[in-house]
Design a protein around this ligand. Structure first.
Ligand SMILES: [Zn+2]
Ligand SMILES: [Zn+2]
Length: 281
């Protein structure tokens, strides 16, 4: 679910990930009231824009950069303390995924997105390298968006990137990186398998093995088709059965031959095969 923005993360290691949860339809209105009450009580210390905004969209007030407002807002109630049990658990899962991938982040309870269709997780990638224009990308879950547009309720996640800012940050293109095929495509079948493969992907990448990671919510066949399209030499499959046995299935995409590898050995095994392949070519 968050894979899309992890890919964005790989673009530049010099970005900081700021993370927040805004709660859902159940707990956000409660927080909204709490915040509104606080803002009304401190209205005299806020700028005119904030006072006006508070009545329409109190969460948006948390964005204000005015130093006088900041002092008031720093002491405002935190949305993270107002989350219901479901949202709290969901947010803990998100952070667990990030930890499993060794992606550093900071919690920022003042990070809000302006639009009501955002649910729970919001995030922003920031950099100190570009001066005041520090937000490079931002986004979140917007489970309510499709319903808002007249469709069925359907979860979604998305983000916007300031492309010109990203370009400023990008290192000059390295030789031979263009059109690089992944050496292995990791296919988790289900969320527990995704959790098991996240650290493998991170470890493999740390040893310069090019791997792509599936989303965990797709059928094996469509994922194998994707591995094919990407031109991966190997597919690594972990489903429920493999998880129980602590194994992964390695599939040679060219011949279709398969064998199993113990999960704790997987990253090392991929690195070993990658080396063998590279020394051959
Ligand atoms: Zn203000
Ligand atoms: Zn909630």
């Amino acid at each position: 679910m968050l894979v899309e923005f992890f890919r964005a993360l790989e673009l530049a290691g010099r970005l900081q990930l700021q993370l927040n949860s805004l709660g859902d339809a159940k707990c956000r209105p409660v927080y909204r009231e709490q915040l509104l009450e606080y803002l009304r009580a401190h209205a005299a210390a806020l700028c005119a824009e904030c006072r006006e905004r508070a009545e329409r969209n109190p969460l948006r007030v948390l964005d204000c950069k005015n130093p006088a407002c900041r002092r008031v807002l720093d002491a405002a109630p935190s949305v993270q303390e107002a989350l219901c049990d479901d949202c709290r658990r969901h947010f803990a899962d998100v952070r667990e995924y990030l930890d499993a991938m060794a992606v550093p982040y900071v919690l920022n309870h003042r990070l809000v997105r302006g639009l009501d269709y955002y649910v729970r997780t919001t995030f922003e990638l920031t950099t100190v390298e570009l001066g005041a224009q520090n937000a490079v990308a931002g986004g979140g879950r917007y489970d309510g968006l499709i319903e808002l547009l007249g469709g069925p309720p359907d979860p979604g996640i998305g983000f916007a990137i300031g492309i010109e800012r990203v370009v400023l940050l990008l290192p000059p293109p390295a030789e031979g990186r263009e059109g690089r095929k992944p050496f292995a495509f990791l296919i988790p079948l289900g969320a527990p398998a995704l959790r098991a493969l996240l650290p493998v992907a991170t470890a493999a990448r740390a040893s310069a093995v090019t791997v792509e990671l599936g989303y965990g919510d797709r059928k094996l066949r469509s994922e194998l088709e994707r591995a094919n399209r990407l031109g991966a030499a190997w597919a690594v499959i972990v489903g429920e059965t493999e998880l129980e046995r602590g194994e992964a299935v390695l599939r040679d995409m060219a011949s279709g031959a398969q064998h199993t590898v113990a999960l704790p050995e997987l990253a090392r095994e991929l690195a070993r095969r990658f080396e063998v392949e590279r020394s051959r070519s």
